[in-house]
Write a protein that binds this ligand. Structure first.
Ligand SMILES: *[C@@H]1O[C@H](CO)[C@@H](O)[C@H](O)[C@H]1NC(C)=O
Ligand SMILES: *[C@@H]1O[C@H](CO)[C@@H](O)[C@H](O)[C@H]1NC(C)=O
Ligand SMILES: *[C@@H]1O[C@H](CO)[C@@H](O)[C@H](O)[C@H]1NC(C)=O
Ligand SMILES: *[C@@H]1O[C@H](CO)[C@@H](O)[C@H](O)[C@H]1NC(C)=O
Length: 440
């Protein structure tokens, strides 16, 4: 048994090379038989199909990295037009997103033919990857993960004159400088700037189509209204080279109807409520309750609005400031009410002389009398407070009368002052409403 294992190994060691030789010889014999067989010829269709013949002849040694002009000094005129389909606006990222078809065409002097030589074929559909393409890119792209070099990937139409027309469907993401000061009536102006990444105006020259922006198939957004659009060609010069680029500008306005109903109308109602509570008798509990409720409403609206408004504008929206100021006014009204209640609860303490004299000065004034003393005709020494269930104040009618009169005067002054303040606020803080029409 001990000897048999090495002898078996020996047999395997001898047999393996032999087996390999046999297999390789068999393979060579097989290969020889394949060569021997009659190989079927490639189907030669180019004689029968003029389109294939044309394509073979056009793209034989065509180099798509070479600018397709015969003379080096000729610029390639690239015409560009947009046919926007729909748009989005991302307030948080300041992005204007336009989904659009781009109509772009140029003349490829290396690709031209005579239709008579090819059975009258006058145009071909070619994949853009097989053609020279202008390296057009969006300069103010808001999403650099989108490769700018594959922007034009689409099927293109090539006609016998060498004219190439491509219509890629694109999503332009443009960064927009936003301003929310007039929210929700804000207008935003957004640009899409595009041009060649590397080539100068002497090599590739961009121009607009006859109608640079064709909005006829644009679908209106439910949130934004396109109020204006323009296009412009800019040709900045750097040393001796020009770098022409195209600028498409869109002016959009927020549809503000719902926001106005939900967030602007409460503002006006709260302002009126704050003024109304100054009219109530400062001794009444209702006034304090109303003031507290108004204050809480302000707070709720302010917080709610803060979440709704895009918070990345550098200028805070006027609406927010209005709410803030109105809340401060309401706080002032609460403080004033508390003070006046305190003032009128000082029964029995005689008013200082200067208060007495100034109050009686106002009370003797016809206008002052009209405001103050409807229920206190002068000369009536028996004064009762306006609430009937209160005890008649007879012990010290003159002095209590003076505190009450003082409170009334202060109330009136506060009402006038706050009305005036609100007026100023409305003038300065209410956002500019400029309703524009859609120009589609
Ligand atoms: C491009 O347009 C300019 C004039 O705008 C013209 O001189 C030039 O020949 C055009 N180039 C081509 C390739 O058509
Ligand atoms: C604008 O586009 C529509 C279809 O989308 C087309 O019928 C119309 O001819 C285009 N207008 C121009 C001036 O190119
Ligand atoms: C659109 O914008 C252009 C350029 O800013 C301006 O000249 C034109 O009057 C505007 N049109 C409308 C309807 O606002
Ligand atoms: C610009 O062009 C002028 C004349 O064509 C030439 O003298 C000058 O050297 C050029 N400048 C540069 C920076 O190429």
């Amino acid at each position: 048994m001990r000897l048999s294992i090495p002898s078996a190994n020996l047999i395997v060691a001898l047999a393996l090379p032999l087996l390999l030789i046999v297999i390789s010889v068999a393979n060579m014999a097989g290969a020889a038989s394949i060569f021997d067989r009659d190989a079927p010829e490639c189907k030669v269709l180019s004689d029968k199909s003029p389109e294939l013949r044309l394509k073979l002849s056009l793209f034989c040694k065509y180099d798509k990295s070479v600018r397709p002009v015969i003379s080096k000094s000729t610029p390639i005129n690239v015409t560009v037009g947009l046919s926007p389909k729909f748009m989005e606006f991302d307030s948080d990222k300041n992005q204007f997103i336009l989904h659009s078809w781009m109509l772009i065409s140029w003349k490829d002097e290396h690709l031209g033919w005579d239709p008579d030589d090819y059975d009258g074929i006058d145009s071909l559909r070619i994949e853009s990857d097989d053609l020279w393409l202008p390296d057009i890119s969006v300069f103010n792209s808001g999403d650099l993960s989108v490769s700018q070099s594959t922007l034009l990937r689409a099927m293109c139409k090539l006609s016998y004159t060498g004219l190439v027309v491509c219509v890629p469907a694109l999503k332009f993401v443009a960064l927009c400088s936003t301003d929310y000061a007039d929210w929700p009536y804000d207008l935003q102006n957004c640009f899409i700037l595009m041009g060649s990444w590397t080539q100068t105006g002497a090599e590739v020259n961009f121009n607009f189509r006859r109608k640079s922006i064709n909005m006829s198939s644009f679908q209106e957004s439910k949130l934004w209204l396109v109020t204006n659009y323009t296009s412009r060609k800019v040709t900045p010069k750097l040393k001796n080279d020009s770098f022409p680029f195209l600028s498409f500008q869109f002016e959009i306005q927020r549809h503000s109807g719902i926001i106005q109903a939900v967030h602007i109308s409460p503002l006006i109602v709260l302002a009126i409520l704050t003024l109304t509570l100054l009219w109530l008798d400062s001794r009444s509990t209702e006034r304090l309750v109303l003031a507290a409720v108004t204050f809480i409403c302000h707070l709720l609206c302010l917080y709610n609005l803060h979440w709704l408004i895009p918070s990345n504008g550098l200028t805070p929206p006027h609406v927010l400031l209005f709410y803030r100021d109105s809340m401060i006014i309401t706080t002032f009204a609460i403080v004033l009410t508390t003070l006046l209640r305190k003032l009128q609860s000082t029964r029995g303490i005689p008013a200082p002389i200067w208060i007495e004299s100034s109050v009686s000065f106002v009370a003797n004034n016809p206008a002052g009398r009209w405001l103050l003393l409807e229920d206190w005709p002068p000369g009536n020494s028996k004064v009762t407070s306006s609430d009937d269930d209160r005890e008649p104040i007879e012990a010290m009618p003159m002095k209590i009368d003076n505190w009450r009169r003082l409170a009334l005067i202060i109330d009136w002054l506060a009402l006038f002052a706050l009305t005036f303040t609100y007026l100023l606020l409305f003038l300065s803080r209410i956002p500019r409403v400029e309703y524009k029409k859609s120009i589609l």
